[in-house]
Design a protein around this ligand. Structure first.
Ligand SMILES: C[S@@+](CC[C@H](N)C(=O)[O-])C[C@H]1O[C@@H](n2cnc3c(N)ncnc32)[C@H](O)[C@@H]1O
Length: 224
């Protein structure tokens, strides 16, 4: 299972690819033409969206706590927001943030015809700035920005999640790099940031935390 790309970058498939593929085949009822187009675009552009299984997981988490207000740090072109928007219902809102205006345009292109675009409030800018300029509490804060910012985002988000609400972060196993030996001076800033982020959350007694190892690891922390 272990592949070494080079001495500095150790990649481990976390869940065996054939098991993920089996799980994906079980989920064919979630197929719809917009999702298939968005997934084809990700493949073509090599854009790191959460995949179908994680999308279903996000929507399920949101529905289980009857989430109505979600903040996304790092929305890309709206694939994860598609799932949250479906889950929050017609009265709900997903505040999206991304640094790249082209992503906002692509999200509108894909989601306008679905009726989900109206549930999004898509803001362009540093996600941290957008968050600070948005008032109120959230049912879910979802983190998927550049990994160096993960600890900072956790620290700002945790105070604005309602009791019973969730903090969710993608890529927390970082292709297995989280178990890279700390004494290898080459450990990247992103890897260090994720290791710090994960430990801070598990050490926070205000939250109950679990990592679902699907795809690249999805952390869910529930505020008590
Ligand atoms: C992994 S992609 C998000 C994918 C999206 N959550 C999905 O699954 O469909 C990360 C996105 O975050 C944006 N990004 C990275 N760091 C950011 C920051 N600090 N503020 C705002 N956007 C950021 C990038 O432009 C990119 O579109």
């Amino acid at each position: 299972m272990k592949q070494e790309k080079n001495q500095m970058d150790i990649i481990l498939p976390i869940v065996h690819p054939e098991i993920e593929s089996y799980m994906r085949t079980l989920a064919s009822l979630t197929d719809d033409s917009v999702l298939l187009e968005m997934e084809a675009f990700a493949k073509q552009q090599n854009f790191p969206i959460v995949n179908r299984l994680v999308g279903i997981f996000l929507a399920t988490q949101a529905k289980m706590i009857q989430a109505r207000r979600v903040f996304e740090f790092g929305s890309g072109y709206g694939y994860s927001a598609y799932w949250f928007a479906k889950a929050v219902g017609a009265e709900g809102q997903v505040i999206c943030s991304d640094i790249n205006p082209a992503n906002q345009a692509a999200a509108e292109h894909y989601l306008a015809s679905t009726g989900l675009w109206q549930r999004l409030n898509f803001q362009i800018g540093e996600a941290q700035d957008v968050f600070l300029s948005t008032e109120g509490m959230f049912d879910i804060c979802y983190n998927d920005v550049d990994k160096e910012a993960y600890p900072e985002i956790w620290q700002m988000a945790k105070h604005r999640i309602r009791p019973g609400g969730l903090y969710i972060a993608d890529n927390v196993l970082w292709s297995g790099r989280v178990i890279t030996q700390n004494d290898v001076g080459a450990i990247s800033r992103a890897t260090k940031a994720i290791i710090k982020h994960n430990q801070m959350i598990f050490d926070d007694a205000e939250f109950e935390t679990f990592i679902n190892p699907i795809r690249d690891g999805v952390l869910v922390a529930r505020k008590k």
